[in-house]
Design a protein. Structure first.
Length: 330
């Protein structure tokens, strides 16, 4: 073979080897055989790990993990729903360097920098339930909370006959979910119910006793109070217990977000008129499926947001099969 042809052949061989090496992992030493299938690990950092909503989300995440052969680690503070207590758990997850992190950020801004640290460390992050005010996460999986707030306004208006004073109890300002619920609720009252006098929101810091005390003060300060919208599990449990303790069950109408076991029980008992129930199991399930897709290289087509739906639950439909998936099973 002429020397020139030999040289061209050698160059082609080297080029081909380079292409194969690049395709198999960006310059890593090419292995001679396929290595064993990697077990991926995904962390799920809850807003608060003791909450029925996140415990149900955990179940969905673990079910998806089991199907995909992915290890799902559920973590989070049980002390409070706050950035100060959540960030150490996020940092703990980053230190383990999992393949992905799912997180329900407890504040729209305070969690931006800590989440950025995870991303800078090469860990893809998906926000579940709540989101942050900077589009750095791969995607967000959540309820349509504005629509949920509007549905709550319609349900409360129906319960009180569309007129009178109503109040609201939420967690803290700065949380994407509850802020959107508040926004939807106020907008719907303004647009559709001119005879409802909205007294505004009180914040309970996700503390049931505080929610309860605020509700008692609200009822004392407004003897004609017709109804209350409680914007999550803990606010709801506090509101329900204060209304029950005051002997005003059925008199002050209640609409609450979420469907934890005590809320469902109070709905069945007639203390709560309607629940806007989310689908936390589905949020956890889809979060893990999307993370798996992303980390296994199937990145095209992943949208920036996925909605998982919600349902208005009343005494009339609470036992129907279509509603079952919306009732939390912590
Ligand atoms: O309502 C849920 C969740 O959607 C929200 O972000 C925080 O509160 C809950 O966990 C219920 O307590």
């Amino acid at each position: 073979m002429p020397r020139r042809m030999l040289f061209v052949l050698a160059a082609l061989t080297v080029g081909l080897a380079f292409l194969v090496a690049s395709a198999s992992g960006g310059g890593a030493a090419p292995s001679t055989h396929q290595s064993a299938k990697k077990t991926y690990t995904i962390y799920l950092v809850a807003g608060i790990a003791s909450d029925a909503f996140y415990l149900t989300m955990k179940k969905g995440a673990q079910a998806a993990g089991k199907k995909l052969g992915v290890k799902v680690v559920f973590t989070g503070s049980t002390a409070s729903f706050s950035p100060n207590t959540q960030i150490p758990f996020l940092n703990g997850a980053i230190a383990r360097h999992p393949d992905a992190i799912l997180i329900a950020p407890t504040d729209k801004t305070a969690l931006i920098a800590p989440i950025q640290r995870a991303i800078s460390a090469g860990i893809p992050v998906i926000t579940v339930d709540t989101f942050i005010a900077k589009p750095i996460a791969v995607t967000n999986v959540s309820t349509d909370n504005v629509a949920g707030g509007k549905a709550a306004a319609d349900a409360l208006a129906k319960a009180i006959g569309s007129s009178g004073d109503v109040g609201a109890i939420s967690v803290n300002p700065g949380i994407s979910t509850t802020d959107q619920r508040a926004q939807g609720f106020a907008a719907q009252l303004k647009a559709k119910y001119p005879n409802i006098n909205y007294l505004g929101i009180q914040y309970c810091n996700d503390d049931q006793t505080k929610a309860s005390n605020e509700t008692s003060a609200l009822m004392n300060g407004h003897p004609n109070l017709k109804g209350i919208f409680a914007m999550n599990v803990v606010s709801g449990n506090g509101v329900t217990s204060a209304v029950t303790a005051a002997g005003k069950s059925g008199q002050v109408k209640l609409v609450e977000f979420d469907a934890g076991p005590p809320q469902v029980q109070a709905l069945k008992a007639g203390t709560i008129d309607a629940l806007v129930a989310q689908y936390p199991y589905g949020i956890g399930q889809l979060g893990v499926q999307l993370a798996y897709k992303y980390i296994t290289g199937h990145r095209t087509g992943i949208k920036k947001h996925y909605g998982t739906g919600s349902a208005v639950v009343t005494k009339a439909n609470v036992n129907s099969p279509a509603i079952k998936k919306y009732l939390y099973t912590p």
